[in-house]
Design a protein around this ligand. Structure first.
Ligand SMILES: Cc1ncc(COP(=O)(O)O)c(C=O)c1O
Length: 390
């Protein structure tokens, strides 16, 4: 058999961490190595494969669309794209009325920043310390952390960084030239940091009072991840802009920037486009996702999330600092040895991902069931107890 790990290291730019594992297939909540050995997936590819692998509804819809039409430029109308946009804005509500489609979370944020400039005529932004919005230059300008930024500074426009959950800091940072405040409803990459109740609604109010827009980055939290269609829907917001990605196409690359009619009116033709944005294949993935993400699946996410949180909170280990999360977006903060824990879990054939410097992050597919979570919790306990305490 070919050594694919070697080939990938040789021919793919090595800008990713190397997990030391080759995976070639997936079914349900498992990924498989070339020998067919199954790994329990508690990360869904950083939150993208929300229905796991080979879901029949998604697969048959995509198969049929591949035979019909895969790509069609946005300058032509298309049944899949038009319906995906209509149904998506309907599900988001909160005054959002149109979608701009792209292919990744970072692109969705790029579009949001440009639309905020077009809508307000201002070019200053506010983002949060410890926040993550992507790695293309605009989104990177809003992303905090020297490991992502320092080689590329100075970055674009003028971004002021404030602590998450700090309304006074937001009030002080809002200026006459502020176009928008960009914020995640729960900081994901930053370590699963939850907002204080009312934070987002108050931030929206503050922004509105200063003529600035609020951009909610729901790339990681959206599409049911927290047990609601959008995490921010807990606060009954009237939205300005929201961005979606990851699970939007059910595992097919798709992202969206949602805007109000007032913002849509200020976006001139040709000011922002993408060759593949909203292509019929991705749009078919979005439609299948919207069909599958019904109230019963959202309630399953809430139930499984609460169950896993409880199981994790019952683990006793000196390494464990705290467990936090919402729905199936869960972080386990540890005092030390985070990477050893991830490696130990991988040895036990459980896949989790890092967040921040000290958090083991779990973003399981929504089709996960209690026996999988029991298996995961037992193995997490086993790995924690096998490591030396310090
Ligand atoms: C909140 C948030 N925004 C944006 C992004 C960037 O998405 P992508 O990697 O698809 O560009 C991510 C990715 O992790 C994210 O978590």
């Amino acid at each position: 058999m070919k050594d694919y790990a070697f080939l990938q290291r040789k021919y793919v730019v090595n800008s990713y961490v190397n997990r030391g594992l080759t995976l070639v297939a997936g079914d349900g909540v498992h990924l498989r190595d070339p020998a067919g050995i199954a790994y329990l997936d508690l990360m869904s590819n950083y939150g993208a494969n929300i229905f796991g692998y080979g879901h029949p509804t998604l697969t048959s819809r995509l198969e049929s669309q591949i035979r019909t039409l895969t790509t069609l430029h946005g300058s032509f109308a298309n049944d899949q794209r038009a319906e995906a946009a209509q149904r998506l804005v309907g599900r988001c509500g909160g005054g959002l009325a149109q979608a701009f489609f792209s292919n990744s979370g970072t692109e969705a944020n790029e579009a949001a920043l440009k639309f905020a400039v077009l809508a307000t005529g201002r070019k200053r932004f506010i983002a949060c310390r410890n926040g993550y919005h992507g790695k293309t230059l605009g989104a990177l300008s809003a992303t905090d952390g020297p490991k992502f930024r320092s080689a590329f500074e100075p970055l674009l426009w003028d971004f002021a960084f404030i602590p998450f959950n700090d309304l006074e800091a937001l009030e002080a940072a809002l200026q006459a030239e502020t176009a928008a405040f960009l914020v995640e409803p729960i900081q994901g990459e930053g370590g699963i940091i939850l907002p204080d109740p009312g934070y987002l609604a108050k931030a929206a109010e503050l922004c509105r009072s200063r003529g600035a827009l609020l951009i909610l980055d729901e790339v990681q939290t959206g599409l049911g991840r927290t047990g609601r269609f959008l995490a921010s829907q807990s606060e009954n917001l009237i939205y300005d802009l929201a961005t979606l990605g990851k699970g939007l196409g059910g595992g097919i690359p798709a992202a969206a920037t949602l805007v109000t009619p007032a913002i849509a009116d200020r976006i001139p033709r040709s000011s922002h486009t993408s060759t593949f944005g909203g292509n019929p294949l991705a749009a078919a993935g979005i439609l299948a996702t919207l069909d599958l993400l019904n109230e019963s699946l959202l309630s399953h996410v809430r139930e499984m999330g609460a169950y896993f949180l409880e199981r994790l909170r019952s683990i006793r280990s000196e390494l464990l600092v705290c467990v936090r999360g919402q729905g199936l977006m869960i972080g386990l903060e540890v005092a030390a040895m985070r990477d050893e824990i991830l490696k130990g879990l991988q040895k036990e054939r459980v896949l989790a991902i890092p967040a921040s410097d000290n958090v083991v992050r779990f973003l399981p597919p929504f089709v996960i069931e209690k026996p999988h979570l029991d298996e995961a919790a037992d193995k997490i306990e086993k790995v924690l107890s096998s490591l030396p305490r310090n």
